[in-house]
Ligand binder design. Sequence first.
Ligand code: NI
Length: 228
Amino acid sequence: MLLHIPGVLNAEEVRSLRDRLESSEWVDGRATVGTAGAKVKNNRQAPANAPASIEMAGIVTAALKRNALFFSAALPLRIAQPLFNRYDAENLEHYGFHVDGAVRAHDQSPGWLRTDLSATLFLCEPEEYDGGDLTVRDTYGVHEVKLPAGDMVLYPSTSVHCVTPVTRGSRLCSFLWMQSMIRNDGKRTMLFELDQAIQSLRARCGESEELLTLTNHYHNLLREWSEI
Ligand code: NI
């Protein structure tokens, strides 16, 4: 499932991150990929260990933790430190078709994180740059994504994806990976749709015996399938 989550960051948070990124140091984006990725990656990243990057990552993580739609869709178990990248038109920066590594070192126990979901959080408005589309290829076809500042796209890390060359302006984003309590994308999607339907029914019709049964089944499925 590829999901657009609007308004993860409010305008003030976007402005605050943009201000910090203005004065950030930038390193070659190939710092965080293996040899296959390095051949197709041409962008820059804020150094992950810099105090400013850690502070910015905290803003993104806090925003994710208060977002109910994100929680319902991702059912996150571990969230990697959000990173920040930029693609400038000057060198037609881009990131060719690649796959995300299945596991990454993680700063909290048990020290590793399986990448079930990838996310891109946009920090520029679409009209600020040309190109720079996130293109995700899966069994349902090719999806091109370019969202307003503050919005995020969540997609399975099992997909093949790329960022097309930026031909005007600069594209600034935060990107991150997470391990879900539900490893399988199909099962996670079923739980998400069930949860959303239950919430919508509750808002429309109020509590009922049937809704209680559906809610019970949601939690029992989550109990049955979650790996924590
Ligand atoms: Ni990727």
